[in-house]
Design a protein around this ligand. Structure first.
Ligand code: HEC
Length: 147
C-alpha cells in the first residue's frame, strides 16, 4: 500500500513539474521575438503593429484626439505564418474574427463611443492572449483607457 502511495506521489510530482515547464515555455514563445531563436514570424510582426496602433489610440483617446490611421491590414493575421502552433486552430480563428470585428466597430463609431469600443477591442486581445500567449498581457493591460 505504501509503495502505491509513493508511486502515485512521484507520478503527481512529475505531472506537476511538466505543467509548470509548459507554462514557462508558452510565455517564452510569446516574449518579444528579438529573444526568439526562430526569428520573427509574420504574425509576430503584425502583432507588434497591432500593439503600436492600440497604444497610439489609447494615448489619442486619453487626450481627446483623432484615432491613428488604420487601413485593414490586420485581417492578414488569420493566415499569417506563426511561431506558436500548440493551440486549437478553431479557437485562434474565432478569436481573430472577434478582434477584427471589434477593431472595425471602433473605426466606424461616433466619437463619443470610441473609448468604450477601444476597450472592447483591447479585451479581445486579452481574451486570446489569456488562453494561448500570456507573455504580452502586462503590456496589453496598459492599453485600456478609463471611461
Ligand atoms: C487570436 C489570438 C490573438 C489576438 C486576438 C491577439 N494576439 Fe497578440 N499574439 C498572438 C499569438 C499567437 C502571438 C505569438 C506570435 C507567433 O506565434 O509568432 C502573439 C504575439 C503578440 C505580441 C508579441 C510580438 C513579438 O514581438 O513577438 C504582442 C506584443 C501582441 N501579441 C500584442 C497583441 C495586441 C496588442 C493585440 C490586440 C490589439 C493582440 N496581440 C491580439 C495571438 C493573439
Amino acid at each position: 500500500m505504501k509503495k502505491i502511495i509513493l508511486c502515485l506521489g512521484i507520478v503527481a510530482l512529475v505531472v506537476g513539474l511538466n505543467a509548470c515547464k509548459s507554462e514557462k515555455e508558452k510565455e517564452a514563445a510569446c516574449a518579444p521575438t528579438s529573444l526568439n531563436p526562430n526569428g520573427d514570424s509574420e504574425l509576430a510582426l503584425l502583432m507588434r503593429d497591432m500593439a503600436k496602433l492600440s497604444e497610439a489610440n489609447a494615448i489619442a483617446l486619453r487626450e481627446g484626439k483623432e484615432l491613428a490611421p488604420y487601413k485593414g491590414e490586420f485581417t492578414a493575421m488569420k493566415k499569417a505564418e506563426r511561431t506558436m502552433h500548440d493551440f486549437d486552430e478553431h479557437f485562434f480563428q474565432s478569436m481573430s474574427d472577434n478582434y477584427l470585428n471589434t477593431l472595425q466597430k471602433l473605426y466606424e463609431a461616433h466619437p463619443e463611443d470610441r473609448v468604450q469600443l477601444h476597450n472592447n477591442m483591447i479585451e479581445s486581445c486579452q481574451a486570446c492572449h489569456n488562453q494561448i500567449c500570456p507573455g504580452p498581457l502586462k503590456r496589453i493591460d496598459k492599453m485600456l483607457v478609463k471611461l
